[in-house]
Structures are given as C-alpha cells and as structure tokens.
Write a protein that binds this ligand. Structure first.
Ligand SMILES: Cc1cc2nc3c(=O)[nH]c(=O)nc-3n(C[C@H](O)[C@H](O)[C@H](O)COP(=O)(O)O)c2cc1C
Length: 182
C-alpha cells in the first residue's frame, strides 16, 4: 500500500473487536514512534502500553468518568498507549519559551502519528485521545504528579460494524496557496 493510501485509510476507530493485539505488533507501533523526528533530537516521550483487559477497565473507570465520559468507548480497546510528554532539556524549554511554542508537544504529536499509521498498516484501528482525567491516569500508573500526559492512544481491531464515515476535511484549495511575489 502506498503512503497516501495508508493516510487515506486511517480514521479514528471507536468500536473495537475483542481480539487482542500481539506484543510484537504493539512493539512495531512503538518502534515507528521511536523513529520520529524531534526538536534537537530530544525524543521527549515515553510510552506505557496497557494491554490487560482488567487494567483498561480500571483505567477507564478512574479517568473517563464525569465530564470525560465521552471517552468511555476506549474501555473496549485492546490496548491503551499512554504517552508521557517529557519536558525536554533546558535548552529546548528555553527555546520553546523564546519562540512561544511547545516543541515537546510537536514532537510527541509526530511520534503519535507515526504510531497510528503503523497500526493502520497492520490493520489495527486507533483513536487519539486528549479528553481524560490526567491526574487519575497518573495515579493509576503510579507516576509522579509532575508527569505530563497530553495524549492517550487507543488501539484495537475495528469491529465489523464500525463503518468508515465520509471524511470531513477542508479542501486542498482552502488550506494551501503557493507564494507568489506579485
Ligand atoms: C490531539 C487530538 C486529540 C483527540 N482527542 C480525541 C478524544 O478525546 N476523543 C475522541 O473521540 N477523538 C479524539 N480525537 C480524534 C479526532 O476527533 C479525529 O481525528 C477527527 O475528528 C478526524 O477524524 P478521523 O481521525 O476519523 O479522520 C483527537 C485527535 C487529535 C489529533
């Protein structure tokens, strides 16, 4: 499959079949993330893979309730990849401040997209998740309070009735223009 086809095929999958994902395939997804570029090559990420059914249930109960209940669909996922965003070296933090951006967030986003595209190639559905109770995830994983979790990725084989929707995207013409000097 050509790269653009892979990108076209990828969509957020929120209904999962019960099949587990092998650790070999999970490792391949993390491997794709590992190779992502990052500002100053700092690789400010760490991935905790939760692929135990009971642990997923507990994590969802703790972190996806109340205002976060819209994320409860991930309780049927075969695995959750909790992405720890590290602050990066001081030089990068200073650089981010100076440029008024967050290079570490850009970095983890690239790594996460590598991860989900690799999953797609393996036939594994995924969904980026930004809506969860971060504190509860940290408590569940026994991480220090200072840890940052911006994104969790759910993974699972798509359920047969999880149909692809029509893609809602801005048109190419509306998002791109070529620079012209006149
Ligand atoms: C940073 C980020 C955070 C997201 N958070 C959530 C989320 O909390 N819950 C959810 O159902 N989808 C979430 N999504 C998925 C988007 O809703 C989805 O990518 C978008 O609607 C486009 O649809 P598609 O992925 O099927 O092409 C998130 C995506 C990104 C990139």
């Amino acid at each position: 499959v050509k790269f653009l086809e892979l990108v076209q095929q990828r969509r957020s999958v929120r209904r999962y079949a019960p099949e587990p994902i092998s650790r070999k395939d999970l490792d391949q997804c993390i491997e794709a993330a590992r190779l992502a570029p990052s500002a100053n090559n700092e690789q400010p990420w760490y991935f905790i893979v939760v692929d135990d059914r009971q642990a997923i249930q507990q994590l969802v109960a703790a972190a996806m309730s109340g205002i976060y209940a819209t994320s409860r669909f991930v309780k049927h996922a075969a695995a959750l990849v909790v992405v720890i965003t590290e602050p990066g070296k001081l030089s990068n933090q200073v650089g981010s401040r100076f440029r008024r951006t967050h290079f570490n967030l850009i970095d983890i986003a690239i790594a996460c997209e590598h991860l989900v595209l690799q999953a797609q190639e393996l036939g594994i559905g995924s969904c980026w998740l930004g809506w969860f109770k971060e504190k509860a995830v940290k408590r569940f994983l026994k991480l220090p309070r200072s840890a940052r979790i911006d994104i969790v990725i759910s993974l699972g084989y798509p359920r047969a009735d999880d149909q692809a929707k029509v893609r809602q995207r801005k048109t190419l013409d509306s998002i791109r223009r070529y620079y012209s000097s006149q």
